[in-house]
Design a binder for this molecule. Structure first.
Ligand code: PXL
Length: 269
């Protein structure tokens, strides 16, 4: 049966992140995408200012109509939420609208490069630490792992440090832990801890870091995984797609990765 995934994150009108990335990618990868927009922003928060319309008060109302229409989802992709109460609302959503066996994929999406994104604090991190117990798969980067577990953040590290990071995070979730953006031996990839075993998947490491690549990764990963690819295959597809997006992004394009042409060329194949 066709998969219908609900993705819950903000709608930044401009910025190649969250819903503007998840929707086209999920659809192009053959998954029906339903959305629960948590807020509407003029642009994402890496620009120098933004408007923010909080949609939290509307969510129960949306749920009441989903209930009446008996809607269910075969998977959930959680990205940038931005406010603590949204985690509780997300849990209500899992409880009421999950099909049997639905997969919950959580990207904590609160920081990068050793720092929290603007507007986040320790309380938000603590709430996320509690929330991730519901995940079947969690997709943090190393910054997020360190904030969630108290592990010291390092720019340079080895496999032993990553093993420690995986083990620390497993204290908070029984789901699969996938640390994204792991740089080892001149490559970039994911460390996947599932069923007590660790597996690494690598892609090309490019000399450029762009905003929103975590959101692109999560969308491709979720689509592939829901359609039956293994964890490693899903990471590999997502990592290679992100590498192509980075290559396709002209210098000077500062606010996101240009994924559109990469998607278009896939459609033409
Ligand atoms: O890509 C993560 C993200 C999503 N949504 C908003 C953001 C960010 C990162 O800063 O600001 C609004």
């Amino acid at each position: 049966m066709a998969k219908r995934i609900l993705t819950m994150q903000d709608l930044s009108c401009v910025g190649q992140c969250s819903l503007t990335v998840a929707l086209p990618i999920l659809s192009a990868y053959g998954v029906e995408a339903a959305v629960l927009p948590t807020a509407v922003l003029s642009n994402h928060t890496m620009f120098s200012g933004w408007s923010y319309l909080d949609l939290t008060p509307e969510i129960q109302n949306i749920y009441s109509f989903w209930q009446k229409n008996n809607l269910k989802f075969s998977g959930f992709l959680l990205g940038y939420l931005g406010k603590k109460p949204l985690m509780e609302l997300a849990e209500n959503c899992f409880d009421n609208f999950a099909e049997e066996g639905a997969q919950i994929i959580i990207d904590p999406a609160f920081g990068d490069n050793g720092k929290l994104y603007g507007g986040f604090d320790g309380e938000y991190v603590a709430a996320m630490r509690h929330f991730i117990r519901r995940a079947d798969v969690i997709l943090p980067n190393l910054t997020e792992v360190c904030f969630l577990t108290g592990l010291e953040y390092r720019e340079k590290y080895d496999e032993e440090y990553i093993e420690r990071a995986l083990g620390e995070l497993q204290k908070y979730t029984s789901g699969t832990v996938i640390i994204t953006g792991v740089e080892l031996n001149g490559k970039i990839g994911e460390a996947i801890r599932s069923g007590g075993k660790t597996e690494y998947v690598f892609a090309e490491l490019l000399p450029k870091r762009l905003h929103g690549t975590g959101d692109i990764f999560a969308a491709v990963f979720a689509a592939e995984y829901l359609k039956g690819a293994t964890l490693a295959e899903s990471c590999s597809a997502a990592g290679n797609f992100v590498a192509d997006c980075i290559k396709n992004t002209p210098d000077g394009h500062f606010y996101g990765a240009c994924f559109e042409d990469v998607l278009y060329s896939k459609l033409k194949k």
